[in-house]
Write a protein that binds this ligand. Structure first.
Ligand SMILES: Cc1cc2nc3c(=O)[nH]c(=O)nc-3n(C[C@H](O)[C@H](O)[C@H](O)COP(=O)(O)OP(=O)(O)OC[C@H]3O[C@@H](n4cnc5c(N)ncnc54)[C@H](O)[C@@H]3O)c2cc1C
Length: 422
């Protein structure tokens, strides 16, 4: 979109009140724009509710050379961290094919080039937002550890750290002893790990609620319990949305930020969005009940489980389960979180948790989110597909969408994220 073609919207509808929709609403309302968020449930109760709460700016896409073998093996192992539930679904087959084709070294470097720039930008935005808006959300910008108990895992983590360094991040490799000095709860079985100093942790639901509250103060309207059934268009332009009960809400810009649930709305407009839901689980263990007290967040390398200290509890979160759009909790997969943590830490005795949850990550086949305008409909913007990094990329996505809508172009080059690329 050129500056001449700028879209000076007078009313923007944001579909979806997750971290992405709320950040879009905040950045738009902060600049004085009129914005209404339509959320079918409650604000922040989708994937944004119970994620691991790590802001991990140096993390690349899930598309990596080793993933193809992992995905194939997982077809026969329902307990593997990455699991594709076998089913005859042509969209899943197309998605897997596109995913497999992009699990190459070249593509990993390409996506990291894009995600790395976004990561640096979003990291500064978190610092700025928490300080200027006085957000009460348990934010700690102090890095996190990835820890490994196999030589193979540690070697590949070191290679990954080396790769990340090329993009302006400063990971530090650590021996098992050095890790145990920093985190006494780490078991003697751990051989070593990597420290990512640029990372931070936050209570993700509190962040979304605080941002929504600040957006309200700026004049944004949040309507909950309103499910958008159609995005309305006329003559190649958007003109609003129609709710499930038939109500129409006029707008001259619409941001589709419905996370893993975005596909049906895009499809109704004839738009391709190669997005699959990747289910993840969490289990929260109260501190002081045989739960290891970690000083920083920690990722259990071989199991891809994040362990994040939050206010009064330790959250174990992870697993990537491609089983469609459903919220069925598969208990053995949930149990895997605690079982894995027991192998990495001393002192986790009990299986008792006070919160068990699953949520759906919106994953696009090429590993990059879709953020920006849609050429076919003036005024339509997409902001979804953030996969494992939706919390991390929330603020930068909100800022870029506000710039597209209010200035006609984003403040940084994000052509690689164009929703027209499919
Ligand atoms: C276990 C787990 C751990 C994770 N850990 C991290 C992490 O540590 N760091 C990180 O950066 N990311 C993490 N993620 C990913 C992150 O949670 C997601 O990328 C992010 O929450 C996606 O945000 P969203 O706003 O796009 O989607 P959501 O939070 O799912 O929000 C979408 C909203 O749209 C609403 N909606 C859907 N359809 C409609 C409709 N038709 N009309 C109105 N409303 C609608 C839904 O109700 C929902 O509230 C994790 C995810 C999981 C599952």
């Amino acid at each position: 979109m050129s500056v001449d073609d700028r879209h000076s919207a007078s009313h923007t509808l944001v579909i979806g009140g997750g971290v992405i929709g709320v950040c879009c609403a905040w950045y738009l309302s902060k600049r004085g724009a009129r914005v209404t968020v339509l959320e079918r449930d409650q604000v922040g109760k989708g994937a944004s509710f119970g994620n691991a709460g790590t802001i991990a700016p140096g993390h690349g896409a899930i598309n990596k050379p080793g993933r193809v073998g992992q995905a194939l093996k997982s077809l026969f192992d329902p307990l593997s961290p990455l699991y594709v539930a076998p089913r005859l679904d042509p969209e899943l087959v197309r998605w897997l094919w596109a995913f497999i084709r992009t699990c190459t070294e070249e593509h990993a470097a390409y996506t990291m080039g894009v995600l790395g720039r976004l990561g640096h930008a979003t990291s500064h935005l978190f610092d700025e937002l928490v300080a200027s808006e006085k957000l009460d959300c348990c934010y700690h910008h102090e890095g996190y550890h990835e820890v490994y108990q196999t030589g193979h895992g540690l070697e590949s983590a070191k290679r990954e750290a080396e790769f990340t360094r090329r993009y302006g991040f400063h990971p530090e490799t650590l021996s098992g002893e050095a890790l145990r000095e920093r985190e006494p709860a780490i078991s003697s079985r751990i051989l070593g790990g990597v420290f990512f100093p640029e990372a931070a942790r936050i209570n993700p639901y509190r962040f979304v609620c605080e941002m929504a509250e600040r957006a309200r103060r700026n004049g944004a309207v949040f309507r909950t319990g309103v499910e958008v059934a159609d995005i309305l268009t006329a003559g190649g332009k958007v003109r609003g949305g129609r709710a499930r009960d038939g109500e129409t809400i006029d707008a001259d810009a619409v941001v589709l930020a419905a996370g893993a649930y975005s596909v049906p709305l895009a499809r109704k407009l004839g738009l391709k969005l190669p997005l699959q839901a990747a289910k993840g689980y969490h289990r929260d263990h109260k501190l002081g009940q045989g739960t290891p007290e970690l000083r920083r967040a920690c990722m259990l390398g071989e199991n891809l489980v994040f362990c994040t200290p939050m206010d009064g509890f330790l959250r174990l979160a992870g697993t990537l389960e491609f089983s469609g759009v459903n919220h069925e909790i598969r208990r053995p997969r949930l149990e895997q979180l605690t079982n894995a943590a027991k192998r990495y830490f001393n002192g986790l005795e009990s299986n008792d948790s006070w919160s068990e949850w699953c949520g759906l990550r919106p994953c696009i086949a090429d590993g990059l989110p879709a953020v920006g305008p849609v050429a076919r409909y003036k005024g339509l913007f997409i902001a979804t597909g953030h996969a494992m990094a939706g919390l991390t990329l929330g603020p930068i996505t909100g800022k870029l969408i506000a710039e597209y809508i209010l200035d006609g172009r984003p403040g940084m080059d994000i052509a690689a994220l164009s929703p027209d690329r499919f």
